[in-house]
Design a binder for this molecule. Structure first.
Ligand SMILES: [Ca+2]
Length: 295
């Protein structure tokens, strides 16, 4: 697990043990999520106005029901500032991925997006499954290739073939769509990995249940089985913004926005910290069933 050859947050490469589990071949689709909403009446976090008490000092427009939507830029921008391509869009949600006026009518088999962590938890409770840990997710993504850079081997595009829905071209300005997709793709359009799992890499990031910590820190916390370590909720806050105390989970797999010039996170070892209250147009989920459920 992890890698010493790529971004610093992936180091060190280390041994990890997971117990037996089954994983869904695909990420949760809009069709599946719609069935859940119909059965339960669940209203996602993005569809509800935020509680002002939870966000002291926030501008009123940011408290409206909204979600983060990627917007392509018309010109080259400073890649250090992600607000150059992320915008809070009022009315954006899983039903309206780009905001009011957009719909999922022709995207039933696309992965559901704009799912905050509590929405993922509600969905898995209904589905009778569980959210993977980072170790379980990464073990599955490797598809039996121990230590390989990609889920399919050492070459990103073997024989020139695109193996996942990522971004080709100059992010966030020019999307060449060599893989056929500007945004999300329907699930299962690219080859499965060695374990028969589709889209582990690219398309959408996937939530894991681990609180974000560096691999160094996580290995020191102890609780439960080896596969269920992860970090600590209170330690998962963003050290860059000490005033914003929103815990963060690990997300895995990269998305259709991962590009060679910006974010080469289309690999099993890649990881990012995602605040649990933040839904976006490129984060979804995939479920597992454990031989020994966490409960
Ligand atoms: Ca693409």
């Amino acid at each position: 697990m992890g890698s010493d050859r790529h971004y610093t947050e992936e180091a060190p490469a280390h041994k990890e043990t997971v117990e037996g589990f089954w994983m869904d071949k695909y990420t949760v689709t809009n069709e599946q999520f719609a069935r859940f909403v119909e059965a339960t009446g669940h209203v996602t976090l993005a569809e509800r106005p935020a509680n002002a008490d939870d966000y002291p000092g926030a501008k009123p427009e940011l408290l409206r029901a909204s979600s983060s939507v990627f917007q392509k830029s018309s010109h080259r921008v400073d890649l250090r500032n992600h607000y150059n391509w992320w915008t809070y869009v009022a009315g954006a949600s899983w039903r309206h991925p780009e905001g009011p006026g957009s719909s999922i009518a022709k995207r039933w088999q696309h992965p559901v997006v704009h799912i905050a962590y509590e929405d993922a938890e509600a969905y898995v409770a209904w589905a009778g499954k569980e959210i993977p840990t980072e170790a379980e997710w990464e073990f599955a993504a490797r598809g039996g290739l121990d230590g390989a850079a990609y889920a399919w081997g050492e070459e990103f595009t073997p024989g020139g073939k695109q193996m996942a829905n990522t971004w080709q071209g100059d992010f966030p300005v020019q999307n060449l769509r060599s893989d056929g997709y500007e945004g999300t793709a329907p699930v299962g359009q690219f080859p499965a990995n060695g374990y028969g799992l589709f889209d582990m890499i690219g398309n959408v990031w996937e939530w894991t249940m681990d609180w974000y910590a560096t691999h160094h820190a996580a290995s020191k916390t102890c609780c439960g089985g080896a596969s269920r370590k992860g970090g600590d909720r209170e330690q998962s806050y963003d050290p860059q913004s000490p005033d914003i105390r929103i815990p963060r989970k690990v997300i895995k797999g990269g998305s259709f926005l991962c590009a060679p010039n910006y974010c080469k996170r289309y690999r099993p070892a890649a990881r990012m910290a995602q605040p649990i209250d933040t839904s976006t147009s490129h984060v979804g989920l995939r479920l597992i069933i454990r031989a020994n459920p966490v409960g």
